[in-house]
Design a protein around this ligand. Structure first.
Ligand code: CA
Ligand code: CA
Ligand code: CA
Length: 248
């Protein structure tokens, strides 16, 4: 009976999920160097003026998913001075509050005022992937924002898995062997880097929402489960009754 209730609840909710995700899908994030698609997306605010290097001063870190897209999307917004910048995003993949376990990841994002963005993905100390594109603002219009994405599979994470994030922004990249959490913290304390958030970390469980077809498939799956349940529950008593009659 419990299973029946679960199946019926899922089947009943599917049309609502379908409507909700269709509305959400109206504004998917596109890596194109335009930023209107980030309106209304989750983000954390960072104070302005909390680092001595104006070009490294981050005002917002956005994070989002697209439906049916197993990737994480990010956007960093600064407020002052077009300049080459490097955003280093530490990801605590196993959610233990430590950012340098062998399974943890580091995303190093270089944003040039031409709009060119290069994304280097590391798991532990191992390079995993490099992406690049015109995903940033361009000078003289601003060169203050850039966006990028990272597939879940590059980081060996599953949809819905809880991770922690900390972002450091500087104007000069640390050498790969020097890009440690402690060294980035030292730059923050020296006023040469901005940390987002200022203390602690951002916990996030990225979940790609199902698209129209995904919800349709879910609805069909629930209907099949319901049919299978009734088929099995009704067939067994009928067979038993029929056999009993024949034996008598
Ligand atoms: Ca965009
Ligand atoms: Ca700041
Ligand atoms: Ca960790």
């Amino acid at each position: 009976m419990k299973m029946l209730v679960q199946v019926l609840v899922l089947a009943a909710l599917s049309p609502f999920l379908l409507c909700a995700s269709t509305a959400y899908a109206a504004t998917p994030i596109t890596l194109d160097g335009s930023f209107g698609d980030w309106a209304g997306k989750p983000h954390i605010e960072d104070p302005i003026g909390d680092t001595d290097v104006s070009a490294a001063d981050v005002s917002r870190l956005y994070f989002a998913n697209n439906d049916d897209d197993p990737s994480m999307y990010f956007m960093v917004e600064r407020v002052q001075v077009p300049s080459p910048t490097v955003h280093t995003l530490f990801i605590d993949v196993n959610n233990n509050g430590l950012f340098e376990d062998p399974v943890d990841a580091q995303i190093r994002v270089s944003h040039h005022p031409t709009g060119q963005v290069t994304v280097a993905v590391f798991v532990g100390t191992q390079p995993v992937a490099v992406y690049s594109g015109r995903w940033g603002d361009r000078a003289p219009a601003g060169a203050l924002r850039c966006e990028w994405s990272v597939p879940f599979e590059d980081l060996n994470i599953s949809p819905g898995q809880v991770i922690r994030l900390v972002l450091f922004t500087t104007t000069q990249a640390l050498a790969p062997e020097d890009s440690t959490f402690a060294n980035h913290m030292a730059l923050v304390e020296a006023g040469q880097s901005d940390r987002v958030p200022d203390t602690g970390d951002l916990q996030w469980a990225p979940v790609p929402i199902l698209s129209l077809w995904g919800n349709a498939a879910l609805y069909l799956f629930c209907c099949l489960l319901a049919y299978r349940y009734y088929y099995r529950r009704l067939r067994v008593p009928l067979r038993t009754t029929f056999s009993t009659v024949r034996r008598s």
